[in-house]
Ligand binder design. Structure first.
Ligand code: ADP
Ligand code: MG
Length: 389
């Protein structure tokens, strides 16, 4: 098990979306908040990729940063590639709403309350689809305030079709209704229809079912599934709910304090969780009829975003923490290229002896200060005197 750079040795085909070393911070009066701290992942064509993490772990900021929407944040990345092409933030804005679309947690924040839902979807169809209808500002204003989109136009028909696709009954009639006339589940479906209107290859869904009851949630998740199966759409599904991940995702990344602690195929993550944080989470999955905070099983709290510890952000809460944990983290392959873990327990030079991590002699001497060789090419020189946690 050796550290590797994000793109080396991958057995998968070139991902549709590739994010390398994304870092986002927000300057505030109290100093910089590091919301995302060097995350890397790829999403394949037709894949449902989950990002799971407790509230405040940086999931939404990740999505917004990729889409160039983290307005007041400072976003840096070694690369964000879509279809193998590196995109600047400005180019990202151009694919947004078309090839890449986003579904937000709260439909009311992104649906226009004074336009019918059909109108809102038809507008996206015109702008990103190929229906050949004028999208000039005067035409759009006239539609918006005077005529409405004609029922016989292709953009309107497509809007109705999309409402039908996402399982809205009576789509012709519903298309003429305003958001407030629809239930929460219907509004969320309208959002999905709107996201589909630009014929996207990738949908980033940020907690799309959090505000819904369990039955509607299951229906919406099923809808997303079918989109993938029918249209080969890739989906990044952001959630705090491990049960949703288990039922929906092909692969999943576990996010903690702005970092991805473990990335694996879903069944691998659930069958062989490797990071101590993931293990803790899996122990804490609440039963369906139990709404306890999901993190109760892990003592302690997330690190202060203004004052992040060196090394592993989980080390203060980790039962398995040992002397290496204050050193800079790298990603390690746990069982192959599809299973990556950011935990020093995975380092080549660490053995588990009687349940306790033991660092091999040579590495020990480096940490003692008698040798200052790099741990590996990427993580640079290890400072002497790493403290025992
Ligand atoms: P999640 O979606 O996982 O619940 P977020 O991505 O929304 O978490 O937030 C991650 C961290 O970034 C939090 O500590 C949050 O307070 C901080 N954050 C998000 N947006 C801003 C902002 N605009 N200004 C300052 N801090 C922010
Ligand atoms: Mg969020």
């Amino acid at each position: 098990m050796t550290p590797r750079t994000p793109t080396q040795g991958s057995t998968r085909e070139e991902p549709l979306l590739e994010v390398e070393n994304l870092r986002t911070s927000f300057p505030t009066d109290r100093g910089d908040v590091t919301a995302v701290d060097g995350i890397s992942f790829g999403v394949d064509t037709g894949e449902i990729f989950g990002i799971v993490g407790e509230s405040g772990s940086g999931k939404s900021v990740t999505a917004l940063s990729i889409l160039g929407l983290a307005a007041d944040g400072e976003v840096e990345a070694d690369a964000i590639r879509f279809r193998g092409e590196e995109l600047s933030t400005r180019e990202m804005s151009a694919v947004r709403g078309g090839e890449i679309s986003m579904i937000f947690q709260d439909p009311m924040s992104s649906l226009n309350p004074v336009m019918t839902v059909g109108e809102q979807i038809a507008e996206v169809v015109r702008h990103h689809g190929e229906v050949g209808e004028s999208t000039g500002i005067l035409s759009e204003l006239r539609r918006k305030y005077v005529t409405g989109t004609s029922d016989s136009s292709r953009s309107w028909q497509r809007a109705v079709e999309l409402l039908d696709t996402v399982g809205i009954p009576d789509p012709e009639q519903r298309a003429n209704e305003y958001p407030h006339q629809l239930s929460g589940g219907m509004k969320q479906r309208v959002m999905i229809a709107q996201a589909l209107a630009g014929d996207p290859s990738l949908i980033i869904a940020d907690e799309p079912t959090t505000a819904l009851d369990v039955t509607i949630e299951a229906q919406i998740l099923n809808e997303l599934f079918e989109l993938r199966d029918e249209f080969g759409v890739s989906i990044v599904l952001i959630t705090h709910d491990l049960a949703v991940v288990r039922e929906t995702c092909d692969r999943v990344a576990v996010m903690y304090a702005g970092e991805l602690m473990e990335t694996a195929r879903t069944e691998t993550l659930f069958d062989e969780p490797t990071h101590p944080y993931t293990k803790g989470l899996l122990r804490s999955i609440p039963r369906v009829d139990d709404d306890r905070e999901w993190l109760n099983a892990i003592d302690g709290t997330v690190p202060d975003p203004f004052n992040r510890p060196s090394g592993c952000p989980f080390r203060d809460r980790c039962d398995a923490a040992f002397e290496l944990c204050s050193e800079p983290l790298d990603r390690y392959d746990a069982t192959g290229t599809d299973h990556e873990v950011r935990c020093h327990l995975q380092h080549d030079a660490v053995d588990i002896d009687d349940g306790e991590p033991v660092v091999e002699g040579s590495l020990h001497s480096r940490l003692d200060g008698t040798e200052t060789e790099p741990l590996d090419e990427r993580s640079g020189v290890v400072e002497p005197g790493g403290e025992r946690q």
